[in-house]
Design a protein around this ligand. Structure first.
Ligand code: FVH
Length: 380
């Protein structure tokens, strides 16, 4: 670890947006020497009054600390900020709390490794007002050593979970969790639009919706078991039944003059699996449709269920050329070996790992495996 006479435990925080400012405040509360930098001047005034040191340039900030925390807008802004000071970061620890994709985090991990910079990617599972409170949770992945040394520091922000050496792991969990959150809020907004069209307040609806949705989360473990075992023939709501229910909701929505957009999205997944011949199977099977990939992606169909999807004529309610599954589905290459361009190390992380080969100059972020394929927009 490079020190250059810099105080041990000193932190430079780059990015003083809504989140960055709160992260800096909690560090100051905990007694850490903090240097702050922001692209637009003036956002550090309150922090400087509380004892933070103002850096006029990125270089001044990174050379003032042993640990550099970035909390910027996106991956592009992280690159724009850090690339000119790559050499100054050598021997220091970089913790990027910016929301990025797993492959963007892996790219930054590779870029850092090439320069002798310890790297951890972090994901903040909290809003700014939660930072420092017990309900705030932050995920980290990358250098285990760096995580171990910084754990106490990280805990000033919230609980700190280490998700493994794959630099993209924290980000993968972050975005997977947020997928559920965004679609839940969209479903709530849709339901609210339906009832407010009849004069009911959204507030009244919120109480009922929260009760139902909270209860429904109790079903997750059972759904997960079905997905993990790949057997959709057990008891539960069939795809055919679900399609009828979704159709009724969509028609009710239209009757109220409300767009059925969120329901149409789910319905499309259900109908695709019915068309593939699984109408009598459990509606948890929409997982298979998601794993099959994006329309237009050359890898589409490489996930589990591919053999069944690609063979024989499709008949509603009866899977083509495949007996109804009583044992786990054969796992396809996407699960076992990872996506094209990925490698998976036995006994290491349970998700596909991106093999990153250092080059002298990383250049622009490569079109990374797993990035959106053409035709992946919605509606398809
Ligand atoms: N706020 C939240 O609730 C969420 C919670 C979960 C995690 N996110 C992620 O945290 C990152 C920062 O979020 P933020 O809320 O602080 O965002 P802003 O208030 O918009 O501040 C953005 C900062 O980024 C700076 N910035 C933007 N572009 C550049 C650039 N090209 N070069 C250097 N800095 C840049 C911006 O600077 P300025 O506009 O003041 O000059 C702000 O400091 C984010 O990834 C969330 O997804 C927060």
């Amino acid at each position: 670890m490079k020190n250059d006479g810099v105080t041990k435990g000193s932190v430079a925080l780059l990015g003083l947006g809504t989140m960055g400012r709160v992260l800096a405040e909690r560090l100051l509360d905990a007694g850490h020497p903090v240097t702050v930098w922001n692209r637009t001047p003036g956002r550090d005034t309150a922090l400087v009054e509380r004892g933070a040191r103002r850096a006029e340039t990125v270089r001044e900030a990174v050379t003032a600390a042993t640990t550099i925390v970035t909390c910027l807008f996106d991956h592009a802004s992280v690159r724009e900020t850090l690339e000119p000071v790559g050499a100054d970061l050598t021997g220091r620890t970089l913790v990027d709390l910016t929301t990025t994709t797993p492959n963007e985090a892996r790219w930054l991990g590779g870029w850092a490794e090439e320069r002798g910079i310890e790297h951890l990617d972090g994901a903040i599972m909290a809003t700014p007002s939660m930072i420092g409170a017990p309900e705030a949770s932050l995920l980290y992945s990358g250098s285990a050593e760096a995580f171990g040394r910084h754990r106490t520091l990280f805990e000033v922000w919230g609980s700190a979970t280490y998700d493994g050496a794959d630099h993209g792991a924290a980000s993968l969990f972050d975005l997977a969790l947020l997928s559920g959150m965004y679609t839940m809020f969209t479903g709530f907004a849709h339901g609210a639009a339906m009832v407010t069209s009849a004069g009911v307040t959204a507030e009244e609806f919120a109480h009922r919706s929260a009760r139902l949705l909270s209860a429904m989360t109790g079903v997750f473990p059972m759904t997960a078991k079905v997905i993990d075992e790949g057997d959709y023939t057990g008891p539960g709501q069939s795809l055919e039944w679900t399609a009828t229910a979704l159709d009724t909701i969509a028609r009710a929505s239209a009757e109220q003059g409300v767009s059925p957009g969120p329901i149409e999205m789910t319905r499309a997944l259900v109908l695709a699996q019915i068309e593939a011949g699984y109408g009598n199977e459990n509606s948890d099977r929409i997982y298979e449709e998601l794993r099959a990939g994006c329309p237009g992606d050359p890898r589409r169909g490489e996930g589990p269920g591919r053999a069944a999807r690609s063979s024989g004529p499709h008949r509603a309610g009866s899977p083509p050329d495949r007996p109804r599954a009583t044992s786990p589905l054969p796992r396809g290459p996407m699960l076992e070996g990872g996506c094209p361009g990925f490698s998976h190390t036995e006994g290491d992380t349970p998700w596909p790992r991106f093999s990153w080969s250092p080059t002298t100059s990383p250049g622009p972020t490569p079109p990374v495996p797993g990035s959106p394929a053409p035709g992946c927009g919605w509606p398809p």
